[in-house]
Ligand binder design. Structure first.
Ligand code: ADP
Length: 745
């Protein structure tokens, strides 16, 4: 493998640029020649100028841009064999040995076809004298690797596709804005989101926005007169005091008989039957626009690097592959298999086999659908007679994290819907000590899905000594059967304290579960915590602005981010912003590193670099503080560059939760209620923390926590994301492969 070409095709998706950058830079670092084909298959057919060799610098400064800088197009001609013949000729003329295609299922189908016809096409080109035998002999095979770029998240082979997370960001920005105006006027909004065959965006945005009704292609309403059912639910919502009503419809929504459900139809129903003042918002291309989210930048970066690994290690005559991400792990799937499974869902929907369609989408999609069905209810189900009705306490502990309210809302509604009583503890363990406990009703948590901060209140108090008596008394007084903590490390430590004191205090002998919610992402038993994604996005958008502020100057920024002793936010934000250097406590900071880094920056600025970016974890090193680094770089940089520091501070803990955090918080909270119900049913005095590991929800016993944690630094001993350091290093390394750096301007 000597020379590869990369192109973007079909509908554009945010994150395509990050994937392009990673393909080009990882490829160059591997010693490959990398071409970009501009304008997708249309460019491949045109050849000539549309094939351009890429340098390190050509893909600098594009991480934060939406769309694709090498253009995308739809090509009718490529669908015809004659078109693919021309494409093959251009690939031969440019001596391309392998293709990395970034696009949706259409584009990937096209690539699969081209690869299958390759030998025939080459033979025909030789037979008709369009290419020489010698040229054809050099390229008997064409290696193909695909990266799914699709905001719809409608393809198999990856849990989530490039662009889907950002599209959810755009939808949530819109629905949050609509909710507030709808509430002011007591209006009803019908919002249409993209997704012809796939209800992913509609379903997830309904979960994240707290919408009141959702219609998706895979699971049409299960009764013929669904309009009556919808009206009944929405009317009840009004009766119990909901000021805003929102119905979310996927573009491809249909009824049981396969008849499309349009926004106009829903509006008419709501106006005629409920006399609601109803407005329609079709979000359209807004969903494809804007800066990619932190997640999409990092996902696409990892997929781009993995595509190079795949293409350099595969048999060029072998099956085309797509690279994907399944539960934080990079995966490779045969392209034809992924395409066939994707088509099966569309076929099932077309054949009105809705159960099959929903099942094919997978367990987590179906689970989300059921959660949304409960959460949208205006009022809980009537309890079944004879059912055991539990008293569950829910509380926070630790610093504030966006998504805490979302988790509480889901837990409260799910528990009440199952007939239980939920007690909200105000002000974390301080409140539990002071008996600040009150019952939460269905409507007490209305609107909490989207709200940042912490409505119940949180702090870092850890109960000690006499506090435990008070807590035991209050738990007994309120007859608490089970406890849910939504919080960070000091919350976990407090629950652990109660758990360990069970012998001395019978009141603590109840099932307890901890739900990870902290921006630091430093908790045991989980790869991710609620709040970290929001914080990461806040950091990334701040750094984007900081970089823009320095367009014309020769300047280096040192940005200090939170995370306590955990470097997750620092590393992930460095990856998402293209920082050249990141300092983590886990790796330590040494004088020789600093000296080397100063030298590297000086070399860079001497060669014409205009902007430098360093990200530093707040606790990276006690002695070499951010201020120390600033003065060191300033002094050593001399006339070559100046240095500014930015300490981002508490903005990182605030803000409305990101779609990912809302969805994650909701899914975890529902599982926590399930867990408590079951443990109480079995009369188990158990304590666990819930989390997500490699895509699966897992429960870790509190007995195991001490073994998993580095107590001195409040972080897990093993942190999965540390493996990503090598990618960050390759992609941003100043002067890697003799090239120039990311932040050239
Ligand atoms: P997406 O890749 O986003 O699904 P499209 O379905 O429009 O977008 O596909 C993009 C391009 O890929 C098409 O314009 C066409 O050139 C090519 N393509 C799509 N489907 C096929 C097919 N079945 N055979 C050959 N080429 C195809």
């Amino acid at each position: 493998m000597k020379r590869i070409a990369v192109f973007t095709s079909g509908g554009d998706a945010q994150g395509m640029n990050a994937a392009l950058r990673a393909v080009v830079r990882t490829g160059l670092a591997r010693g490959l020649e990398v071409y970009a084909i501009y304008e997708g298959y249309a460019g491949m057919l045109q050849g000539g100028e549309q094939f351009k060799p890429m340098t390190w610098d050509d893909v600098g400064g594009i991480l934060h841009l939406g769309g694709t800088v090498i253009g995308s197009a739809r090509s009718k001609e490529f669908r015809e064999r004659a078109g693919r013949l021309r494409a093959a000729r251009n690939l031969l003329l440019h001596e391309i040995d392998g293709l990395v295609v970034i696009g949706g299922d259409g584009s990937l189908t096209g690539a699969d076809l081209l690869r299958r016809e390759w030998q025939e096409l080459v033979q025909e080109l030789v037979d008709t004298g369009q290419v020489s035998k010698k040229m054809a002999a050099r390229q008997t095979a064409l290696a193909v690797v695909g990266i799914i770029g699709s905001i719809d998240n409608d393809m198999f082979g990856s849990d989530i596709t490039t662009g889907a997370d950002t599209a959810l960001h755009r939808i949530i920005e819109a629905t949050d804005a609509i909710s507030s105006t709808a509430a002011s006027h007591q209006r009803t909004f019908v919002v249409e989101v993209m997704g012809r065959n796939c209800g992913y965006l509609a379903l997830m945005s309904a979960m994240a926005s707290g919408a009141d009704w959702v219609l998706i292609p895979e699971s049409p309403p299960d009764v013929d007169d669904w309009e009556a059912k919808m009206c009944e639910v929405l009317m009840k919502g009004r009766e119990v005091g909901r000021r805003d009503i929102m119905v979310i419809i996927a573009e491809g929504a249909r009824d049981r008989n396969g008849k499309p459900i349009t926004t106009e139809h829903v509006k008419k129903i709501l106006e005629d039957r409920l006399h609601e003042d109803t407005r329609i918002t079709v979000l359209g291309h807004v969903q494809r626009g804007g800066a990619p989210s932190a997640f999409d930048r990092n996902l696409s970066t990892m997929l781009g690097a993995e595509a190079i690994e795949a293409i350099t290690s595969m048999d060029p005559n072998g099956e085309p592959l797509i690279v994907g991400m399944q539960g934080n792990k990079l995966t490779r799937t045969r392209l034809d298999v992924a395409l066939a499974k994707t088509k099966a869902v569309a076929d099932a929907v077309a054949a009105k086999n809705y159960e099959e369609a929903l099942a094919l989408r997978g367990q987590s999609f179906a689970e989300s659908f059921n959660i949304v069905r409960t959460l949208v209810r205006a009022l809980p189900h009537e309890p079944t007679p004879g059912q055991r009705r539990l008293r569950l306490a829910v509380m926070h502990g630790g610093g504030p994290a966006p998504g805490m309210n979302t988790a509480v809302r889901a837990a409260v509604r799910i528990a009440i819907d199952r007939g239980h009583t939920v007690l909200g503890v105000r002000n974390a363990f301080r409140g539990l000590i002071n008996n600040e406990i009150e019952e939460l009703e269905w409507m007490s948590v209305n609107g909490w899905a989207t709200r940042g901060g912490s409505e119940l209140g949180t702090n870092r108090t850890i109960p000690k000594g006499r506090d435990l008596y008070a807590i035991a008394r209050h738990l007994e007084e309120h007859k608490v059967d089970g406890l849910l903590l939504v919080g960070g490390w000091s919350g976990y430590e407090s629950v652990l304290e109660l758990y360990n004191q069970r012998r001395n205090y019978p009141a603590f002998d109840i099932p307890m579960i901890c739900l990870p919610a902290t921006i630091n992402n430093n908790l045991p038993g989980t790869e991710l915590s609620v709040g970290a994604d929001t914080a990461l996005n806040s950091i990334v958008s701040a750094v984007d602005k900081i970089k823009q502020s320095a367009v014309a100057s020769q300047r280096t920024f040192i940005v200090e981010v939170m995370g306590y002793y955990c470097g997750y936010l620092a590393l992930m934000s460095a990856l998402a912003t293209g920082a050249e250097r990141v300092y983590l406590h886990e790796e330590g900071v040494h004088m020789r590193d600093l000296v080397e880094d100063v030298e590297a920056f000086k070399r860079g600025f001497r060669r014409g670099k205009r902007l430098g970016l360093i990200i530093r974890n707040e606790k990276a090193n006690e002695i070499y503080t951010t201020n120390f680094m600033r003065t060191l770089f300033e002094e050593e940089g001399g006339d070559l560059f100046d240095v500014r520091q930015a300490i981002l501070g508490h903005m990182q803990q605030g803000g409305t939760p990101s779609p990912f955090d809302r969805i994650f918080a909701t899914r975890l909270a529902v599982r926590c209620v399930d867990f408590l119900e079951q443990a109480i049913g079995r009369k188990e005095s158990t304590g666990v923390c819930i989390g997500q590991v490699q895509g699966d929800i897992v429960y870790t016993s509190l007995d195991d926590v001490p073994r998993l944690m580095d107590y001195d630094h409040s972080r897990p001993l093993k942190q999965w994301w540390m493996d990503l350091r090598s990618i960050a290093r390759v992609l941003a390394a100043p002067g890697a492969a003799g090239q120039d750096e990311e932040t050239r301007g």
